[in-house]
Design a protein around this ligand. Sequence first.
Ligand SMILES: Cc1cc2nc3c(=O)[nH]c(=O)nc-3n(C[C@H](O)[C@H](O)[C@H](O)COP(=O)(O)OP(=O)(O)OC[C@H]3O[C@@H](n4cnc5c(N)ncnc54)[C@H](O)[C@@H]3O)c2cc1C
Length: 289
Amino acid sequence: MAEKIKSYRFNVLEETLSQLNKEDCTIIAGGTDVMVMYKSRRGVPPKISKPIVFIDHLSELKQVYQNKNDLHIGACCTYSELLGNPLIPKELKKAIKTIAAPAIRNRGTLGGNVCNASPAGDTLPLLYVYNAKLLLRSVKGERIVAISDFIQGVRKVQREPNEILAEVILPSVLEEGAHVVFEKVGNRNADAIAKVGFAGYIRLNGDVIKDVRFAFGAVGPTMVRSVDIEKILIGKTIPLSDADITQVVAAFEKIIKPIDDQRSTALYRKTVALNLLRYFLSMKQYQIK
Ligand SMILES: Cc1cc2nc3c(=O)[nH]c(=O)nc-3n(C[C@H](O)[C@H](O)[C@H](O)COP(=O)(O)OP(=O)(O)OC[C@H]3O[C@@H](n4cnc5c(N)ncnc54)[C@H](O)[C@@H]3O)c2cc1C
């Protein structure tokens, strides 16, 4: 006989946080990762050892709003909700449209993608190049942490058991002169886990590169980003010379170390990742005056 699972579904965030402070629970937002992670054999409910706390209905975690130059996205907004929201940047919508199929997009949340910390999480390359910050809440108050500090490895995040991710904050979405690109390579355009994900961000003042960022997904235990390599291009003018492009690609060649698995080979992943970088660095879209 199936074992009973203790579960909580409070009406407000405060009560949820208070319960999390008393008892270590498994948080379920959309459940699209949790249910797979704990799945049992057919017909048998998932085996989750801790009590469950549902958070997907909490209105405090579902707001999207602009505060000065920052865009705040509630962690429990589903992908479908974000696709319908005019504040969400088009590249993030492009990434979301590649995730699973509509049924999963109706349940899966942005916060779940972050907290699941899969190397193939499709929103993560973009969140890294947006320099996303995460607002975590607990009974003790709130703290803000950079996404690159929060995610520490495969399914490993720096979250205290009593904390909930409340918001994903995108600080650089609305900057003037910024261009953002997202590309995913998988077996299909959507409903396929990424073999490689790539996001590029560039901010120009006239011809001069003021800021540039790159992040690669599914080619390492977590997103691959290197501020040191990015610095090579700051202050350069566009179009970039072949020598500059070659230097940056060669630098990433050394730090991108993918693995072979059922979805792809390491060699394919590395080749595609570097091609995407080269493509971004020589793109014409942001070079037209
Ligand atoms: C068929 C299928 C296809 C998929 N395809 C893709 C795909 O193409 N690309 C992709 O990136 N992903 C894909 N996924 C994975 C999944 O849908 C996403 O990662 C989704 O964003 C997870 O969100 P969720 O709300 O369902 O997370 P949940 O399953 O509810 O939670 C995931 C993890 O995050 C924790 N968590 C969730 N929300 C919070 C919060 N606010 N605060 C603290 N902890 C939290 C949970 O405890 C759990 O550890 C797929 C999943 C399935 C089942």
